[in-house]
Design a protein around this ligand. Structure first.
Ligand SMILES: Cc1cc2nc3c(=O)[nH]c(=O)nc-3n(C[C@H](O)[C@H](O)[C@H](O)COP(=O)(O)O)c2cc1C
Length: 186
């Protein structure tokens, strides 16, 4: 008699067959942790259905306490580029790249600008999010759109107040939903 041996199926194999093949990359820069926190939450929301990766844009430039008030804002405002560590993930491998930035002087940070300028040719679809005090979100998203020459599928601006009282949950769900619908449309 032939005895049936239990077949071992690796969890990776199960993931391969059960998850959507679309890959999502979430890229962000964060100096004090707010944008990083949101990036991680976004990744968690996609993780069950899609293969997702997280890329933190790392910059060598460190501002002093005074520098962060004056020089950092000036660098952002004058559209300065900066040195960033070489990206670990290849943008061209992802169907959608979600980009997150803190707002500095009503615009993207020099690190995000440098990343977008250097990677823009590899982008297929995109969505944007930002964290900020209270102003500059629309101009910031416009700037990202201009650099990439792409309309974002969706945008998510999160203010300091919304971060503090965690009232961004519904907004985030809508943001995620729009991206998922776009991916499923294909
Ligand atoms: C140099 C600098 C400039 C800033 N400029 C603005 C601004 O123009 N508008 C605004 O609403 N918040 C501004 N902020 C606040 C940040 O956008 C906000 O604290 C953000 O959540 C920080 O993100 P992070 O913790 O990921 O670095 C500025 C902060 C810094 C350090």
């Amino acid at each position: 008699m032939i005895s049936a041996k239990p077949v071992k199926i690796s969890s990776n194999l199960i993931r391969f067959f059960s998850t959507n093949k679309e890959k999502i990359l979430i890229v962000f820069h964060s100096r004090s942790g707010n944008t990083k926190k949101i990036a991680q939450e976004i990744q968690n929301k996609f993780k069950k259905e899609f293969e997702t990766d997280l890329e933190e844009i790392k910059t060598e430039k460190r501002y002093s306490k005074l520098g962060i008030i004056f020089a950092a804002g000036k660098d952002a405002m004058t559209k300065k580029l900066t040195n960033i560590a070489p990206p670990q993930k290849d943008v061209s491998q992802y169907s959608t790249v979600v980009v997150g930035t803190p707002i500095w002087a009503w615009t993207i940070t020099p690190a995000v600008r440098t990343y977008l300028e250097s990677q823009k040719k590899k982008f297929k679809k995109t969505a944007f999010f930002c964290t900020f005090g209270s102003s500059g979100d629309q101009g910031t998203f416009q700037e990202m759109k201009k650099i990439l020459n792409l309309d974002p599928i969706s945008t998510l601006p999160i203010t300091r107040k919304e971060l503090r009282n965690k009232s961004y949950e519904q907004k985030m769900e809508k943001f995620i939903e729009k991206i998922k619908l776009n991916l499923e449309k294909k």
